[in-house]
Design a protein around this ligand. Structure first.
Ligand SMILES: C[S@@+](CC[C@H](N)C(=O)[O-])C[C@H]1O[C@@H](n2cnc3c(N)ncnc32)[C@H](O)[C@@H]1O
Length: 498
């Protein structure tokens, strides 16, 4: 293990080596294959102080021009993308791909660097974000300033329009907030301005939903403020059952809808003004609005000079729940179930997509490739060990949800198809960066970084580095309570197409 950089005074560097010497709590399950992976890749570990929690998350994007237009907590920072692009030596006119594009951080950074880019993404909120952000050159600032000053003078009227709620979003707003939000929504629709300004206004309205609501995004769930009817009703029932009230969440004073819109549009105008002063090199970026698993196999081979991405982590977080408010607002509440099923398996509800994937490979005359990829992952010793360990943990009663088993299994299977297709679509010499978190279930540590590296290697890539963040990641309170604390790695794995 090598150390690349010196540690700043405020560094919380954990001097412990990132190499693990145990994976199974109390050594209940076999851990030989996971230990073998640690040994195999020991020499490519780098504890690297360039990468901290802030930079690999959305935090460092707060207030960043354009990137801050919608808070996408699952994103990584523009700064991280710049560091990686520089490290990979990506030149003008070359092409980079992000198969899990999210809020399009990679595409936007590429645009400012004259680098071509392709993103793939399923979530409609992210599609809207790209449709609005990518046009930063094209907006008419006079038109936007004019819209802003009209909004400032508006007094919202009562409207009959209703928010298209789904079960989980009901009572997310006070009556007044919901009325004003729907008033402004209808107002924007009728506004006689350019289509691009309307798209931008739609993003702005979508971006304020959380702050004007009684909800707060919190990893796996939406937390609800104590004033929401949902919490009031729940507490009433709990009281009748003699139970304690649920832990109070108080979001404090919520902004008026109009104030939130004006504040968001002011930031957007100021960002656009700053960006329009620059002339970046011509380049093209495209966001493909679809499922990576089904889009990648249809892309041409040998075209990308690099991959910079972060898939959903294998942590049970459900994007369709955290973004329920935004999805309902965009009127796709009714397709939430299908959307959840299409996302890379990372929740306990996900079912296998292998049958439909097989059909696609058959249609593309790539049946042999399908079998090879599936065989690589399902016979990988660490994969087999992990799945067996989780089975025995389930049988011992160490896990509270059997869905975790299928989630972990499908997670690696699906990612293997992604790795194989990235290998095919990358040019020789291309570099690949995957940001991911290791996880633990039922007392079993799952080295996502090294198993991924191993699968990628079996599929043709050359492992280059595993950059490990100096700060390790904690565990869920459930895991901590049952199995004690184990610091888990958060890594950026770097591979190369030889
Ligand atoms: C960790 S986030 C990536 C965030 C991104 N790096 C950014 O800066 O915003 C993972 C993204 O993958 C998307 N995703 C999950 N499964 C997908 C699939 N099968 N096809 C396309 N996108 C998918 C999710 O919607 C989510 O936006």
């Amino acid at each position: 293990m090598r150390q690349l950089t010196l540690f700043g005074e405020d560094s919380k560097y954990d001097v412990a080596s990132p190499v693990r010497t145990s994976f199974s709590h109390d050594k209940v399950c076999n851990e030989d294959a996971r230990l073998a992976l640690e040994k195999k890749y020991e020499n490519i570990f780098y504890v690297d102080n360039r990468f901290n929690r802030k930079i690999v998350s959305y935090q460092a994007n707060k207030g960043e021009i354009v990137h801050g237009w919608i808070k996408y907590r699952e994103g990584f920072s523009a700064n991280l993308v710049e560091i990686l692009m520089n490290e990979f030596g990506i030149q003008l006119g070359e092409s980079v791909i992000d198969p899990f594009s999210g809020s399009s951080t990679v595409l936007l950074v590429a645009k400012t660097k004259g680098v071509n880019a392709v993103g793939i993404e399923l979530l409609p909120v992210c599609h809207l974000a790209w449709d609005a952000k990518s046009r930063f050159y094209d907006y008419d600032l006079d038109e936007l300033c004019n819209i802003k000053s009209i909004i400032e003078k508006i007094i919202p009227e009562t409207t009959k329009n209703r928010f298209p709620h789904i079960k989980i979003t009901e009572t997310a707003f006070s009556d007044e907030v919901e009325n004003d939000l729907m008033f402004f929504t209808a107002w924007v629709e009728k506004l006689s301005v350019s289509q691009k300004s309307k798209i931008l206004l739609r993003l702005i309205l979508t971006s304020i939903l959380e702050e004007i609501s009684y909800t707060r995004k919190d990893g796996q769930y939406l937390r609800w403020d104590y004033r929401s009817q949902k919490v009031i009703n729940r507490n009433k029932t709990r009281k009748e059952q003699g139970k304690k009230s649920i832990k109070k969440v108080d979001k404090g004073e919520l902004p008026a809808v109009k104030d939130a819109i004006v504040s968001a549009i002011s930031i957007v105008i100021s960002d656009i003004r700053a960006l329009q002063k620059f002339r970046f090199q011509e380049s093209t970026q495209e966001l493909i609005k679809g499922n990576t698993l089904f889009v990648l196999p249809e892309l041409e081979s040998d075209q990308f000079s690099s991959v910079i991405t972060s898939p959903p982590y294998c942590n049970r977080y459900d994007y369709t729940r955290t973004y329920a408010l935004e999805l309902a607002y965009l009127d796709i509440g009714n397709s939430i179930f299908d959307l959840r099923q299409s996302l890379l398996s990372s929740t306990v509800e996900n079912r296998s997509k292998l049958d439909i994937l097989r059909e696609l490979y058959l249609k593309l005359d790539k049946e042999k490739e399908f079998d090879i990829i599936l065989n690589v992952v399902t016979t990988n010793p660490a994969f087999v060990e992990i799945i067996e360990a989780l089975h025995s943990r389930w049988e011992r009663g160490d896990m509270n949800n059997k869905g975790v088993l299928r989630m972990v299994e499908q997670y690696f299977i699906e990612l293997s198809f992604v790795y194989a297709e990235l290998y095919r679509t990358c040019k020789t010499g291309a570099h690949v960066a995957f940001v991911n978190d290791n996880v633990r279930y039922g007392g079993e540590i799952i080295p996502i970084d090294l198993l991924s590296t191993n699968l990628a290697e079996q599929l043709g890539f050359e492992p280059v580095h595993v950059y490990v963040l100096p700060q390790r990641k904690g565990n869920s309170s459930q895991q901590m309570g049952k199995f004690g604390r184990e610091a888990l790695r958060k890594s950026i794995t770097i591979w190369k197409k030889p």
